[in-house]
Each structure stands twice: as C-alpha cells, then as structure tokens.
Write a protein that binds this ligand. Structure first.
Ligand code: NAD
Length: 328
C-alpha cells in the first residue's frame, strides 16, 4: 500500500473523524485535519491522537486560501480528501448562504490550491445530487444531476467544479457519491440519531409527513473502506457511487428503534413534511464493487442496534451536541 500524506477537510465531523481514525489504524499515512469546528465539528473522539507524529489538527476554514496553501506546502500533502461541508438539508432550507460559501466556494479554493501543488483530490459527495426517485429506478454514475434541496444543489455544484478542474487542468480527481450514513457520533439533528435520542428522552418520535420516504442506509465504516478503495485503486477522473442496498422507509427505521428499546409504536408522531422532501434515493454501486473490489460488511439491522447501544452509553456526548445545535 502506498503511503500518503493526506489533507482531510472536515475531519472533526461525523464521517471525517471515523475516516481519520480508520486510516491511521489501517495504514501508515500521515494526516492533517483541517476543520473550522462549526456546530457540527467535535474533537472529543480525536483526543487520543493528540501528540501522534502522524496526525496534525489545524483549526480553519477551507475558504482560507493562505492557510490551505501553507498546510499543503508545510506537510508535503499529496492527497486531499474533502469532507468539509454544511451537511444538513433542513438548515439549507432555512438559509443556504453558508452552504454556498463552504460547499461551493470552499471546494473551489481547495481545487485551486491542489492544482498549484499537484495534489490529488478526492471529493466526498452524496447520492442527493441525483435528486429523487419514484417507487422504482436506481441511480448510476451516468444519471443526470437533478438536485432538489439547496444542500444537494450546493454539492452538485461542487461536483461540477471538481470535474471541470479535471477536464480543464488535468487535476487528478475522484468523486464519491454515498448514500445516507449512520453510526456512532452522528450529530443529533440527523434522522437516525434524532429518532434514537427522542426514544431515549421519552419524547415523541417526530417523523416528517407520512414517513413513507425511502433512504438507502450505509454504516459509516463501510463508507470509509469504500474511500480506501478509491484512494488505492480509483481511476483518475471517475465518479464512484457507494451504497449498501439497504433501502428502508423512515417509518420502518423508527419502528425498529422503538422495538429495540422496548417502546410502543404509538410514540411515533407525524409532523409537517420538509418542503420539497425527496421521496426515495437508491444507488447502483456496481462500479466500485466490480471495478475496485469493494464490498460493504455491515448488515443494516445489527449495525443499527449497535448504534442504538452507542447512543445509550454516550448520553453526555449527545446532550452536549444537542445544546450546541439549539444554541444556534
Ligand atoms: P458533518 O456535518 O458531521 O461534518 C462536517 C464537518 O465539516 C464539521 O466538522 C465542520 O466543522 C466542518 N466544516 C464545515 N464547514 C467548514 C469550513 N468552511 N471549513 C472547514 N471545515 C468546515 O458532516 P458529515 O455527515 O460527516 O458529512 C461529511 C461529508 O460527507 C459531507 O461533504 C457530506 O456532504 C458527505 N456525505 C454525507 C452523508 C451522510 O449521510 N452524512 C452521505 C453522503 C455524503
């Protein structure tokens, strides 16, 4: 395995911090974590890495060109794995400006600096760029981009900028588009932690609309190993869908959580639907499986049960994060 010196952006977030810990455990890479520590960023899980010669944390914004340039130069970065983003659809509906600033403008800053230094760029995107499906159908990497929320539109814009930089300037790039992640330390505003926390708190489980919306779930560790596969074997300029083929209705996920906690289904309450709520996402991830040899390892129900156990034990963490979310 080739050793890399990676600039991970957004490494204090949910997926980024799992990726950093996994990568330092499984490889001999060095990692520089650039994170602005917004409400979603938290360093608690990375404390154990403090003092490691293979890990450096830099607090800062991806829009800060001088800082990005200095980090790449100082640490001889040869690969950027770009997670940093505003990531919550509901917040993008309330106000899109930080999504434009971080997800679009920030990505362009990173691309410009990557180009100057010849660093390879892996852009962590989402299945939401493809828009919404009806009862049938599945998105492939060839599907049109048809984002429907400000969040998804900002991610689709950044995908286009990444591909433009590849085609125009020859920057070595890959884009990954993953389905909905779940696992430990996901910010409480996201669907699965929200349902678990509401169940643990004894409050109603607030499900948007009729709860029939379908999401395709993947455990966060499987997302990390898929990114490994792209780092090691990804073909320059290619996009890879990442999915686990775990389509579930939101209502059914809420039911599993209640059952696991020995609670009654009557705890579910339906609240006004999210405006423009996408009905269904589903990904064909045959390309990364067949061409790069990746496969997910986690089954949905057992992994969800372990995630519920994690939230039971780590109440102080999510209580702290909940306060942060509400303070905004
Ligand atoms: P998250 O919200 O948990 O973490 C985002 C991190 O980015 C935080 O640590 C935050 O402090 C940091 N950040 C935000 N703005 C920044 C800025 N301007 N400069 C530097 N750092 C900044 O998000 P996540 O769920 O871990 O998602 C990570 C990436 O994966 C995102 O790009 C998201 O679009 C993508 N993705 C997420 C999912 C999912 O289900 N969570 C699925 C597919 C793709």
């Amino acid at each position: 395995m080739i050793k890399h010196t990676i600039l991970v952006t957004g490494g204090a977030g949910f997926i980024g911090h799992h990726f950093i810990k996994h990568r330092l455990r499984e490889t001999e890479d060095r990692i520089v974590n650039l994170d602005a520590l917004t409400y979603a960023g938290d360093l608690e899980a990375l404390k154990e890495l403090e003092g490691s010669p293979r890990y450096t944390f830099a607090k800062g914004d991806v829009n800060n060109r001088e800082l990005v340039d200095e980090l790449i130069r100082q640490h001889n970065i040869n690969l950027i794995v770009h997670f940093a983003a505003e990531s919550h659809v509901d917040r993008s509906i309330t106000s899109a400006s930080s999504f434009i600033q971080t997800n679009i403008a920030g990505t362009q800053v990173l691309l410009d600096v990557a180009r100057e230094h010849g660093a390879r760029f892996i852009h962590i995107s989402t299945d939401e760029v493809y828009g919404s499906l009806g009862e049938t159908g599945i998105f492939t990497e060839e599907s049109f981009l048809a984002p429907r929320s400000p969040y998804a539109a900002s991610k689709a814009s950044s995908d286009c900028l990444v591909l433009a930089c590849h085609h125009t300037f020859g920057l070595p790039v890959n884009i990954t588009r993953c389905t909905n992640n779940f696992g430990p330390r996901q910010f409480p505003e996201k669907f699965i932690p929200k349902m678990i926390i509401q169940a643990l708190e004894g409050t109603p489980l607030t499900v948007y609309g009729n709860g029939e919306n379908v999401r395709d779930w993947i455990h966060v560790y499987d997302h990390c190993t898929a990114i490994d596969a792209v780092i090691e074997k990804g073909i320059d300029g290619e996009v890879y869908n990442i999915g686990s083929s775990n389509e579930r209705k939101n209502l059914d996920v809420a039911r599993i959580i209640l059952e696991e906690l020995g609670l009654d289904e009557s705890r579910i309450t339906h609240v006004t639907d999210r405006p423009g709520h996408d009905y269904r996402y589903a990904l064909n991830s045959g390309k990364i499986r067949n061409e790069l040899g990746w496969a997910p390892r986690f089954e949905f129900e057992p992994a969800l049960k372990k995630t519920i156990d994690w939230y039971k034990v780590y109440r102080p963490w999510w209580e702290r994060m909940l306060k942060r979310g509400k303070e905004l």
